[in-house]
Design a protein around this ligand. Structure first.
Ligand SMILES: [Zn+2]
Length: 317
């Protein structure tokens, strides 16, 4: 970042100190993001931006004493956010009230195309409310061309298209689970280790020459039969061997609306309702469904919001 002028540098610095005074050293408060948003507006938009920046500073000054939301330092499109607020407050995002544990911890997901700022709505125990803007770092996504896919999976006939729709609805149902377990708190390992990354999150896909929806997971190329490990503990919420697009498909519910999905598996070793531990083998890699070679596709969702597994926190106990 360019050096801010004196007024803004002091502004950001004083918020850093506030963060250190009230939070763990590895966390920052929303107001830092808030200050950065003001700073970006200030630097990009010239005179009108300066006016907006001044408004942000004014708003900050009048919100002193309001609830502090602890957030990660930098939040990107596609990121899982684990946040905290003083217990007793309630938080909503896009009209959804976020599940909260007894320590005030809550989670939300930031979509692939989320705008540069989203807003948390906080309700305090005394009935007052507060809006907390959260700055979202915008990403650029790659274009990926994939050829050699089974053509019936790229341009399905109406009968197969109807079956695909039914299968996707069943997966969608599994993603509505909102359990109170907090398996996500201990971080996530890769489902296979040492694999070549053959596809990344968010890239625009062109399959056999036809533009398709973006690729919403992490592809790890490994030989068919390579064991696939649970990245975190959880409960199996979906397990099928024969889906048209995704072949052998497993979903694990990690709690609070967070779930992992594993696609194209050659073998599925678990069934719905099974409790799995982090590292446990849930099946084997393959190329069933719409795949041009053996790999594990790892998807990660917050309800129906698809997130980037590459941004998940690493395991820590
Ligand atoms: Zn994939």
């Amino acid at each position: 970042m360019n050096k801010p002028p004196i007024a803004n540098r002091d502004f950001i610095h004083s918020n850093h100190r506030a963060a250190h005074a009230t939070c763990n050293p590895d966390r920052y408060i929303a107001r830092v993001a808030f200050g950065l948003a003001a700073w970006r507006a200030f630097t990009r938009r010239g005179a009108s931006g300066r006016f907006i920046g001044a408004l942000f500073v004014a708003a900050l000054a009048t919100s002193a004493g309001a609830a502090t939301v602890e957030l990660p330092a930098d939040i990107q499109q596609g990121q899982l956010v684990i946040a905290r607020i003083a217990p007793g407050n309630e938080v909503e995002l896009d009209g959804r009230r976020l599940r909260m544990d007894t320590e005030g911890r809550f989670v939300f997901g930031v979509g692939r195309d989320a705008p540069a700022q989203i807003t948390l709505e906080v309700s305090h125990p005394d009935g007052s409310t507060e809006t907390v803007p959260v700055a979202i770092t915008q990403r650029e996504y790659r274009i990926e061309r994939v050829n050699g896919l089974p053509q019936h999976t790229v341009t399905p006939n109406p009968k197969i298209a109807a079956r695909i729709a039914r299968e996707q609805a069943a997966v969608g149902e599994a993603r509505k689970r909102d359990s109170d377990t907090e398996y996500f708190l201990h971080g996530f390992r890769r489902p296979v280790s040492g694999a070549r990354i053959s596809g990344v999150y968010g890239s625009q896909r062109i399959d056999n020459g036809s533009p398709k929806s973006p690729h919403m997971g992490l592809d790890m190329a490994v030989p068919t039969g390579t064991p696939v490990h649970a990245p975190a503990s959880g409960v199996v919420s979906f397990a099928r061997t024969d889906l048209v697009l995704t072949g052998g498909t497993v979903l694990i519910d990690h709690g609070f609306g967070l779930n992992s999905s594993f696609l194209h598996m050659s073998r599925v070793d678990v069934k719905v309702g099974d409790q799995v531990q982090r590292g446990e083998v849930i099946g084997a890699a393959g190329m069933t469904g719409r795949a041009s070679g053996p790999h594990v596709h790892w998807g990660f969702n917050w309800f129906d919001v698809r997130l980037d597994p590459a941004l998940l926190p690493k395991p820590h106990d």
